[in-house]
Design a protein around this ligand. Sequence first.
Ligand SMILES: Cc1cc2nc3c(=O)[nH]c(=O)nc-3n(C[C@H](O)[C@H](O)[C@H](O)COP(=O)(O)OP(=O)(O)OC[C@H]3O[C@@H](n4cnc5c(N)ncnc54)[C@H](O)[C@@H]3O)c2cc1C
Length: 386
Amino acid sequence: MINDTFYDIAIIGGGISSCVFASTHIKNGFNGRIAIIENGRNLGGRASTRVSFSNSGWQLNHGSPNFNISNISNNRLLKTFIQELLDSKIIQLDLSDIIELDGESIENKKINSYFYSGQNYISNTSMSDLSQKIISHNNLRNQVDYFFQTLIVKLDYENNSWILTSKNGCIFKTKFLICSSNLILHRRSLDILKINQIPLRKAIPTNHDKKVDLILNLLDEQEYIQRLTFLIYTKSNYCYKDNYKKKFRHILLNNLLEKKFKFERIIFQKQIKDQLGIVLHTKNIEFINEYFQCNNKEIFKNKLLEKFNQIFDKNQYINKLIDYQDISIMIWNASQPSGLGIPENLQVCENLNLAFCGDWFAFKGFGRIEGAILSGLKLSQKINLL
Ligand SMILES: Cc1cc2nc3c(=O)[nH]c(=O)nc-3n(C[C@H](O)[C@H](O)[C@H](O)COP(=O)(O)OP(=O)(O)OC[C@H]3O[C@@H](n4cnc5c(N)ncnc54)[C@H](O)[C@@H]3O)c2cc1C
């Protein structure tokens, strides 16, 4: 199917960086048409919420549960943006309990995780809604068209415009292309998309554009942290030991405990009717491999529960988990970029009507929502100067 609209801007990916860019660009006076083309069923990307079909009514933030801004004071752009989200009640300060367990299972008040430094914020609704609300806030004249469950697998650059082809055969044409994910720029696309050349490389051959060559070379050195999140839908009688009322409670494991139990953090998420959802995060490769190699996932789930109960054996807030309604698993093969961030001066390829945003750039907050937001804000500024 060929989409008849010739877009002024098409953005591949509907994560937070893309939504921040689209919203800010409209706010900054852009009045053309924007297409957001997203592989998933919703906006949000890695900062999104699982709405379960089999456990109706449950909403669990299964990627990033909240976000922190560690560098607001000397960054006017970010400060203004965050204040706007606070004023329009899209986000609020996250005042949830954040508890780090140390080797003795005693709570440690000093949190060392880079996910919680500075000020923590939370969506007033869900993480998926956060991205949607960021756009809706400024998209008052409906300039944005959304295409979900649409995976772009091929790019062509002809006559100064871009042609995007999706796996399901949709074709989009646009004057300006923004890639918010680097999947189609990175060698991991070869395996994931089952193709034999990185799509951007195929569209722009070597020695055609210095910036594209540089980005592709640098990205070749960028690695990704794999994570699994286990989503536990508890039974209705499961509750805290104390009278904790807030929606979220974050329990972090210090390095020693993370090594021992293989979990990074455990996030409790209160549902409507007060049921407790529990999201266990792991980035322990041994444990992840064990999960993939285990033929009987029920046995694996029992092991998960065993570990959970050991962690909270003597804990004053958290009860043991005897049984559950359901456990589902989310596999994040590229949960965060690691190692090298792409330099900010490569964000726009002026000669090709091409630009990029996302947490994979070397902004403060690289690999986190802070970096993703900043990349979207900065990109709008840069495009306005073209
Ligand atoms: C389990 C987990 C926990 C995390 N915890 C935290 C945390 O506590 N704090 C924090 O700040 N950050 C955290 N992060 C990282 C944070 O989620 C990311 O930094 C941020 O969401 C990145 O946003 P983005 O817009 O750059 O990319 P993404 O959210 O990845 O958005 C890119 C989008 O592009 C889509 N896409 C990719 N390729 C294509 C294609 N070819 N066609 C169509 N669509 C495509 C993807 O589906 C995706 O939705 C966590 C991430 C994970 C996975």
